[in-house]
Design a binder for this molecule. Structure first.
Ligand SMILES: [Zn+2]
Length: 303
């Protein structure tokens, strides 16, 4: 059977039926529960584990993810991707050290990372390629799962998406069994802490990446100048108190880079950034913008 299907086969059960919550097992080219709820795995290596919904939201259509891909290809989020990979590697090694000291159960051979709200998969694909590069050393082999509600995003992501298990699902009902995950990543994307808490192993880590205060300051300044909004800096307070209510923050690392943009790249960038949603581009004076700052806070938290 093809690898795009067999990658969903796990020695210990992982997937959970979105309808009845029983475990799903690989049966031919489908995931199936004891109640015969069946979810087909496509030849591209993606599976939709939604309960009825069609898996698309209006705001995040294929066009939106294509603009994002252009921005990612230009390297504007390169430093964020590097910080992401570093944070996952550190989280997995501390998670394993911790469980080796406290657990009497035999160790699972592979660590498991879930990217919750993966979009077109930029970050988790970067993790896959960095894992592949390091594969000659004795690093743990890692099981990578990527989840997004947008079927368009997942379809785009799954093209050449290798061993990553691509799943269309609602984050309010993550189709994974309890305490099966070592590391959850959640990058510029809404969180569901109750579900994160349910699927994380006791020693698991959450890596949440949010905009830093100077993120896209060039666009925010233009918006303020046009009198459309008052604040030129991002405030993370609400997001931080959301995390603090559910988990314990162990570290925060800020990364920042300013990249030169031409008018085509600026257009791509404006089409993908939530700062520009509901703003008419013609209202802004963009003539002075020749670079954009991408700043992010990488937050690591435990249960
Ligand atoms: Zn079922």
């Amino acid at each position: 059977m093809r690898r795009s299907i067999t990658k969903f086969d796990h020695r210990t059960l992982l997937y959970r039926c979105p309808i009845c919550h029983e475990a799903l097992e690989l049966v031919q080219a489908s995931l199936q529960c004891v109640n015969r709820h069946t979810f087909n795995i496509s030849a591209k290596g993606l599976v939709s584990l939604l309960r009825g919904e069609n898996g698309n939201s209006n705001l995040y259509d294929r066009n939106f993810f294509e603009h994002r891909s252009a921005v990612f290809s230009a390297g504007m989020y390169e430093h964020v991707a590097e910080a992401y990979c570093d944070a996952v590697r550190t989280a997995l090694s501390s998670s394993h050290k911790f469980s080796a000291q406290t657990s009497h159960e035999p160790q699972e051979q592979s660590s498991r990372v879930v990217d919750a709200g993966c979009g077109e998969g930029y970050y988790i694909r970067r993790l896959l390629s960095s894992e592949e590069q390091q594969h000659t050393s004795q690093t743990l082999s890692t099981n990578l799962i990527a989840i997004d509600l947008s079927k368009d995003a997942i379809s785009l992501a799954a093209i050449g998406g290798g061993d990553i298990e691509w799943v269309v699902s609602d984050l309010a009902r993550i189709p994974l069994l309890d305490h099966t995950v070592d590391c959850i990543t959640n990058v510029f994307s809404p969180a569901n802490y109750a579900e994160f808490d349910r699927i994380l192993r006791p020693s698991g880590r959450l890596i949440k990446i949010i905009p830093g205060p100077h993120h896209v300051m060039e666009l925010r300044n233009a918006i303020v100048k046009a009198g459309l909004r008052g604040d030129s800096q991002y405030s993370n307070q609400q997001v931080l108190s959301g995390i603090n209510e559910h988990m314990h923050i162990v570290s925060t690392t800020r990364v920042s880079a300013t990249t030169a943009v031409d008018s085509a790249l600026l257009k791509d960038f404006m089409a993908m950034t939530p700062v520009m949603f509901h703003i008419n581009h013609d209202d802004l004076d963009l003539s002075t913008i020749d670079a954009i700052t991408v700043e992010a806070d990488v937050i690591v938290a435990t249960r």
